[in-house]
Design a protein around this ligand. Sequence first.
Ligand code: MRU
Length: 372
Amino acid sequence: MSSLNTAAELWFTPAMQEPLRTIEWVGVKPGARLPGRVRMIDQTRLPEKLVYLETDNLQKIWTAIKTLQVRGAPAIGIAAAMGVVAAVQKSKARTGAELVAEVERAADHLATSRPTAVNLFWALDRMRRLARVNHRQAPDAIKQRLVREAMKIRDEDAAMCRAIGRHGAKLLKNGFTVLTHCNAGGLATAEFGTALAPIYTARNQGKDISVFADETRPLLQGARLTAWELSQAGVEVTLICDNTAAQVMKEGRIDCVMVGADRIAANGDSANKIGTYSVALAAKAHGIPFYVLAPTSTFDLTLVSGEKIPIEERAAEEVTHGFGRRTAPHGVKVYSPAFDVTPARLITAIVCERGILRPPFGAVLRGCSRQR
Ligand code: MRU
């Protein structure tokens, strides 16, 4: 397959003739990975501007995660892994043990950026473990291993998304319309996405698939990001307000729901963007299949159920000020959880890179994560 065809399979801007890369590590000098920096799409600027943020500064990477310049569970895991490399690449540590201590400090700090997506902690654990087992090596050798690991996390995510696309496309018949919530597309991952991956794959298989995208209050990831990336890829997309989802289901316009996840507990309960739970309830009421699509890096089998998933609360201003304009009275009380948990009983199947998992989820989730 030519490189242009590969690009055409992606969620990409035809005018650019090249695939978009949500996040990557770029060496400062050609041919060398170190020193280097993170290059990521600044998602707060979309859909108006496609702007890249380049930095090797730990605090800027922390802020990029916190402020959703980079967002989506797999993408923030990759950003965190690259953040560790950025933090230690110029270290003057004289021993491996000193460098490991710096890795731990950077990882501890990055772990405070956002609490819900387990991919962040999963990626940081990989970086910590790698540093620890190599603590007897020279600092420069550990640095080289760390940068390779961060790039591997990115590449593995891209491969897992492709596999999710292949499995998930089996659920999509020609002519289907999919409803999605938030953005679990290429922008939320290394590339290609999770919930949107089957749509790209099915489209590439010649199926005619269209999408209803919830706008996703309060930060409008559906409107700003999903509608943008699907339009760029030439997929027919209709934007709806969140409160229109049940209505379009009732009107018989939706064949299935596909959403991503930030953390999937051992029983299949799945945390995703606030509003996902209401979509799942509406889908159940209308007899519409509800699919959760996520790589195994999103599984958290240490939690028996979704009750213990930590849910991030966001600032009141995100609700009261919309995008720069006050839309609520001064001093009004606000409650703004960024995520909710959809109970496993509402989920028709979980699609991961290993295949399509059907309920009851306990044993199949354990089986998949053992294969990791
Ligand atoms: O707050 P966000 O934009 O990071 O929330 C993202 C989501 O809820 C996504 O659906 C989830 O991370 C899956 S991304 C493949």
